[in-house]
Ligand binder design. Structure first.
Ligand code: FPP
Ligand code: MG
Length: 324
């Protein structure tokens, strides 16, 4: 699936999203306006607003609130990345230097704040279900923060379990995908049954998306962002958990201690990565990923047949088989 083609398919609805996005990011402060323009010029696939519009069209007829929900999702997503690059000290994203690396951590946090508040204001400008839509996005903001804090708590200890991992990726990624789909359905007054179906789809898709991200961090070809960053940040993700499952208790404890010690001994990274490769940890993660993708597709059963529904099914496969 080519997401650019889906954007083209979305036609006038997509143009409205682009126009509102552009308008929202205007600032008379030159440094801020220029920085927003820089982020826009490396804007990536815009998967979340694409998903939002596809869901609103698959469930009804999109109006102004659907466009706002789609724009708010992308604004919030970028806000989190601006903050995340500070937390992770990341110098590259989407194949380009991060705002953090060019203007420093303070600017990245401030620009992130701007995008975050613009997201909330965009939702507050909705004409219908404003309170419910605000609640959906506010819950996600809290989930995102909790996910990052939980990840931070776990990073130093080396004791992340698979349940911890699933909780972290729900909070930090799937919660926003869930919000994207449920807000889009609400914006077109979709019946409860459809809202529930697409909300579940969003959650499962988000889980799959993050598992694939974590696989690419071991298997990727260094396009866009550096490979191996998760281990350097002492994050225990599903490929490593897959490898740990195959070790006896003593060896597992030893490897977990190696991960917890990466801060003082960065050379542990290469040894742990080699273990993940030898024990085919990404294969285990890929099996779990396929289960999420299958369930995500099944959750769309209640939706009436449409081209948009087919594209939502295609996006589930795209999340699993993408190479960047
Ligand atoms: C990327 O994960 C990070 C996220 C998806 C969420 C970041 C959330 C926050 C920083 C907290 C909330 C912030 C706001 C503005 C509400 P990753 O680091 O695993 O992936 P990466 O490789 O793309 O950096
Ligand atoms: Mg990061």
């Amino acid at each position: 699936m080519d997401i650019r083609q889906v954007r083209h398919f979305l036609g006038e609805d997509w143009k409205k999203v682009e126009a509102l996005f552009e308008e929202t990011l205007h600032s008379d402060v030159h440094l801020l306006g220029r920085t927003n323009g820089y982020i826009r010029s490396n804007q990536g696939k815009m998967l979340r607003p694409v998903l939002s519009l596809l869901v609103s069209r698959a469930c009804g007829t999109p109006g102004g609130d659907s466009v706002k929900a789609a724009v708010a999702a992308e604004l919030l997503h970028n806000a989190t990345l601006l903050h995340d690059d500070v937390l992770d000290d990341s110098i590259r994203r989407r194949g380009a230097p991060t705002v953090m690396s060019m203007l420093g951590a303070k600017a990245s946090v401030l620009v992130g704040d701007f995008w975050l508040v613009k997201a909330m204001k965009t939702i507050l400008a909705c004409e219908n279900h404003t309170k419910e839509l605000s609640d959906i996005f506010a819950k996600t903001v809290l989930d995102l923060v909790e996910g990052e804090m939980l990840q931070m708590e776990k990073a130093g200890s080396g004791d992340t379990s698979e349940d911890d991992y699933l909780r972290i990726i729900y909070y930090k990624t799937a919660s926003l995908f869930e919000a994207v789909c449920s807000s889009a359905a609400l914006s077109v007054e979709a019946p409860q049954e459809l809202r529930e179906a697409v909300t579940l789809y969003g959650k499962l898709l988000g889980m799959a998306f993050q598992i694939k991200d974590d696989i690419l961090d071991y298997d990727g070809d260094a396009l866009g962002k550096p490979v191996g960053a998760d281990l350097r940040e002492q994050k225990i993700t599903l490929p490593l958990l897959g490898a740990l499952r195959q070790m006896d208790a003593d060896r597992e404890k030893e490897v977990r201690q190696m991960v917890a010690g990466i801060g003082e001994h960065p050379s542990n990274c290469a040894m742990v990565a080699e273990m993940v490769r030898t024990l085919k940890g990404t294969g285990y993660a890929a099996e779990r990923l396929e289960e999420y993708v299958k369930e995500a597709k099944e959750s769309l059963r209640a939706l009436p047949a449409s081209e948009e529904k087919d594209m939502l099914l295609g996006i589930a496969d795209y999340c699993a088989y993408r190479t960047i």
